[in-house]
Write a protein that binds this ligand. Structure first.
Ligand SMILES: Nc1ncnc2c1ncn2[C@@H]1O[C@H](COP(=O)(O)OP(=O)(O)OP(=O)(O)O)[C@@H](O)[C@H]1O
Length: 247
């Protein structure tokens, strides 16, 4: 099966530091592909290059076989690459629904075309409602976003990403700071979403990663040292030594 998002030899340098070094990674619809690694391994830099937030120094990114390496972030979002952030990015004074609608509108082909506002609004409203339903937040649509629990805020971020109708979801630590129950809810959501999306998951919660991931890529100092299913990664001697801290 062809990758929805394919990455070849992707590299990013910051001055003399090679933060991401010739990384190859394939994301397929129907799979949660987790990227793990110690602090500073290059995981966020990798996501930032895939979403178009920062430019690659070298290498190639293809969406359904078409090269998008130098495409602007806004265009990538329209083309189906959606992302969530490590830190909460919601507007706390706005309702849950408004947060999603704004996200949908920002990803619309002409977000600045105010003379088309009502038509755009209808489209964005529909996208927001669909996204809230998918994320299990419909009942909270009219709540002020800032009053949600931490876990529900992270779910809202995923919903905001879904409101842009992506095919690829790039999720940067969606479980950070969550309690056990919130974690379960998010894992159930990701399991449901993978049927129709390719998901890249950067996450420090190893129990969750090994439970939910179909494929795991391990990075150390910018370089991929292993990729495989959870069992092969668990039993990989290099990974156990370099990352899981075993001799
Ligand atoms: N804008 C930047 N300028 C200079 N160096 C940077 C920049 N962004 C990241 N780095 C460096 O690149 C390396 C990789 O950082 P990155 O944030 O991608 O790691 P990470 O695996 O996401 O870490 P964490 O798990 O702590 O979030 C680190 O050494 C970091 O200090």
């Amino acid at each position: 099966m062809n990758a929805l998002l394919g990455v070849e030899k992707l590299t990013r340098r910051f001055g003399g530091l090679v933060a991401v070094n010739a990384v190859n990674i394939d994301l397929h619809q129907g799979e949660v592909h987790a990227v793990i690694g110690t602090n500073g391994a290059g995981k966020s830099t990798l996501i930032n290059m895939l979403s178009g937030e920062i430019a690659a120094s070298e290498g190639c990114i293809k969406l359904e076989g078409e090269e998008i390496t130098t495409r602007a972030q806004s265009r990538r979002a329209r083309d189906g690459v959606g992302r969530s952030y490590q830190r909460t990015t919601i507007f706390p004074e706005f309702s849950v629904h408004e947060n999603c609608r704004l996200s949908a509108q920002a990803a619309a082909p002409k977000p600045w075309a105010i003379w088309e506002a009502s038509r755009r609004c209808a489209t964005s409203n529909a996208a927001a409602e669909e996204a809230l339903a998918a994320a299990g937040l419909s009942a909270d649509a009219q709540r002020i976003a800032g009053t949600l629990s931490h876990g529900a805020k992270r779910q809202l971020e995923v919903a905001m990403c879904l409101a842009t109708r992506p095919r690829v979801l790039l999720l940067d630590e969606p479980l950070a700071g969550m309690g056990a129950e919130e974690t379960e809810r998010m894992l159930a959501l990701l399991t449901q979403l993978k049927a129709s999306h390719a998901i890249l998951l950067v996450e420090h919660d190893m129990d969750a990663v090994f439970r939910i991931a179909d494929r795991i890529t391990v990075m150390v100092n910018g370089t991929v040292i292993a990729t495989g299913d959870p069992d092969s990664i668990r039993n990989n001697v290099e990974v156990r030594t370099a990352y899981l801290g075993e001799e």
